[in-house]
Write a protein that binds this ligand. Sequence first.
Ligand code: AMP
Ligand code: MG
Length: 397
Amino acid sequence: MLSVEEALERLLEGLSPMSSERVPLADALGRVPASRPVAAHDVPPFANSAMDGFALRVADGGAPRRVIGESRAGGPPSPVVEPGTAVRIMTGAPMPVGADSVVPIEDASESDGSLAVQGSPRPHAHVRDAGHDVAAGTAVALPAGPITASVIGLLAAMGEAAVEVRRRPRVAILSTGDELGAVGVPLGPGQIHDANGPALAAAVSEAGGEPIAVERARDDVADVEHRIREGAEAADLLIVSGGVSVGEHDHVRAVIERLGALDFWRIAVQPGKPLAFGHVEGRPVIGLPGNPVSALVTFELFVRPMLRRMLGLGGDGRAHVTARIDEEVAKDPARRAYLRVRVCADGAGYRAVSAGGQASSQLLPLAFANALLVVPDGVAATVPGDSYEAIVTGAVE
Ligand code: AMP
Ligand code: MG
């Protein structure tokens, strides 16, 4: 059996980052930046006041000033501040020529056009210089991860209407199995709803890819072959779920082998032992186990890092913490387990509680889990009071 690390290394081997495209800011949320935008102008473009108050000259010290006009945000140019004068100024308004400090309104009193200030103004107080956020000409290194609201704000302030981002990997998703029925259609005898198709599509979107649905394949060699070919042609990566094991009606491995090249691995992981990986039409194809929990956990461990590599990102993009568990949860001693748990902050550390049944067919506990607790091979259960690595996949309270 391969270790998770060995399998991951092989999966990532041939992958390289996607090309880039320009998208308008309105479509940039969650995308991955692919270049460093160069500031066409200073941000802010001109020196301005950080407070409502009075712009004046430090050299006049504590003496009273004559108020000669005002500077407001977006207003007409204000008069030049000569010795002995001041200009009323609003937050964000340009610093008048001649002024080198701002006294906040709270520290000044104005009557009959004369301004008295408390103490002596400090040089440059409450003045925001041109370019104090971003200087003109700077190639701005954006955070590598997905673009956030703050990054969009920064780009907008720089005057960038669009941003260069990695193309989203197109990921075809193929569910296989004679027992599968569409969601929204009543089930026939022996049928179950296709949970993996919608779940994997969502996981692909969450990881930054673009899911493409492929019509479900029946457990029939010709149908599986037809859909695998179709998926591989339509996408940068194809995910197949179900039909990868050794059952009489599991055709995925044989079909990938015939259409292209196949590696079949048994991985020392619970859930999710069998994994098929190959290439069809030159495109990577990964076959995940059919049990929904196995499909989603192996997606998390293997496919998510693949998509991140294709987006030019590293790792899995998850927080890894250490969490204490106070219960005994059984597992297969021969494999490393990824238990579905709820992690919460507990004093200086984290505590994990089993999210429910740990069978690979139980989606309900997975839906409530916010972390996978990594319990090594060689042990048959968690030891109450011991701490383990937890991969945080959801919000932690
Ligand atoms: P398989 O890997 O095809 O042997 O399937 C293993 C188990 O997962 C079986 O109980 C299948 O019914 C179930 N299964 C396979 N595909 C799906 C799917 N798309 N949605 C829900 N359950 C599935
Ligand atoms: Mg099946």
